[in-house]
Each structure stands twice: as C-alpha cells, then as structure tokens.
Write a protein that binds this ligand. Structure first.
Ligand code: HEM
Length: 212
C-alpha cells in the first residue's frame, strides 16, 4: 500500500521547504533582526501574489479536480490590502521575484497546478505562518490591525482544517487529477517563493540590526 498522497507531497517537498524557511530574510525577520518596514515590504509582495492566486482559484472553482479545495474563507487579498494600508506600505516597491511569481500564476492552465500553489501558500500560512504573525507583533510591536492576514478564524480550528485539506489531497487521483503534476508544480511554487525571499534579503541586507 503506497503512502497517502498528502504524506508523499510533504515528504517530497521537505528539503526545499527547509531551504526556503532558512533564507536570510526569513530567519532575520523571525529573529527580530529587521524592522516593521521589512515586514511591510514582504506584505507588499504578498499583495501581488495572493491577488493572482485568488483570481485563479475563482477561475478553476468549477473544475472537478480543484473544486474540493475552493474555499473563499482562505482568501487573504482583502486582509493583506488592509494590513498594508495599516502599515502605510501601499507605495512600497514590487520585487522582480514577486512579478515573476505573479506572471507564473497567471499562466497556470491546469487544476493540479492551481492546487500546488494553493497548498504551498495556504497550508504554509496555517503552519509556520501562524508563528510569523505572532513574532511580528512581539519583535516589532506591530498592532493586530496590521497582522490580520494570519487570522483564519473563519475556518475554525487550524489542525482539523489541515487534516481535512490533506484528505482532499489524498483524493486528487480519484478525481482524475495527476499527482506528479501537483508535486512538480509545488516544487516550482517553493522555488518562486525562495527567489522572492532572496530578493527581499538583498533589499534589506543593509538594514539588518544586531539584536542585543
Ligand atoms: C519562517 C519560516 C517558516 C517556518 C518556521 C515554517 C514552519 C513550518 C512547520 C512547523 C510546518 C509543519 C506543520 C505541520 O506538520 O502541521 C510547516 C508546514 C508547511 N510549510 Fe512552512 N515554515 C516556514 C516557511 C514556509 C514558507 C515560506 C512556505 C511557502 C512558501 C511554507 C510552506 C509550508 C507548507 C505548504 C506546509 C505544509 C506541509 C504539509 O503538511 O503538507 N513554509 N511549516
């Protein structure tokens, strides 16, 4: 009996997840060595990426392979826009990595590809992302009004939601979906996130403040 698809996907992307998680920008941000404007710059990139991801999700909402994953309660674009306004970051620059990521999302034409990007962002936000929200408040004194993108109250408890999400991944083949295409595109999703975080590392390098 082969492992459930969700376990194979997680195991197959664990190494690249680790690499992305440990990019200098992410580590410095999470350990308090940057500042609130570095977080706002990250949010500006999310503003571009989630806008396209969520319009793609709507475009594939009636596709039998993607429908089980479609959930407007996961959508973040409005919250990200409000958080960005609260941080006065609307005019911040868009990194080349974010433009490339958005262009890639725009070109997706298979449900399996949309699932891959949906999984990478939303299950990430419901996992390590929860720590990001907490640490931004603690390290940089950001008000809750600027951290609403990490608040998923609408979906109820996170763990049972993630378990149901994984059971939907386990059903991808049964709905006629191509599991290998999901794995390949998830690798691409992590690469695009990694490239964006490298852009942000370079953009904030000169601002790293040593923590006492
Ligand atoms: C500060 C950086 C990060 C930390 C500390 C972190 C931490 C974690 C942890 C602890 C889990 C496991 C949760 C579980 O098993 O339920 C996880 C899962 C995940 N993370 Fe991250 N992560 C980080 C960054 C990222 C980034 C940047 C992405 C996406 C680009 C990402 C995508 C994911 C995904 C998709 C999962 C779900 C894996 C699965 O259960 O199939 N993470 N993360």
């Amino acid at each position: 009996m082969s492992e459930p698809f969700s376990a194979r996907l997680k195991a197959g992307t664990a190494t690249i997840h680790d690499e992305v998680e440990h990019t200098t920008f992410m580590v410095d941000l999470m350990e308090g060595r940057l500042d609130s404007s570095a977080y706002a710059l990250l949010l500006k990139q999310y503003d571009v990426i989630y806008g396209v991801l969520e319009s793609k999700s709507r475009e594939f909402a009636d596709n039998a392979v993607f429908t089980p994953f479609f959930d407007a309660d996961l959508f973040r674009a409005e919250r990200i826009a409000a958080d960005l306004a609260a941080l006065d970051g609307v005019e911040l620059p868009v990194m080349p990595g974010a433009s490339a990521y958005a262009a890639h999302l725009q070109g997706l034409d298979r449900a399996e590809q949309v699932i891959a990007h949906h999984y990478t962002r939303y299950l990430g936000d419901l996992s390590g992302g929860q720590a990001i929200g907490t640490l931004m408040g603690r390290h940089y004194g950001l008000p809750a009004t600027s951290l609403t993108m990490w608040d998923f109250a609408e979906i109820g408890k996170t763990k049972p939601y993630k378990d149901v999400y994984r059971s939907r991944l386990d059903q991808v083949a049964a709905t006629g979906g191509d599991e290998q295409m999901v794995i390949d595109e998830t690798m691409e999703a992590f690469r695009l996130n990694g490239a964006l975080l490298v852009d942000l590392t370079e953009a904030t390098e000169l601002r790293t403040v040593p923590v006492a």
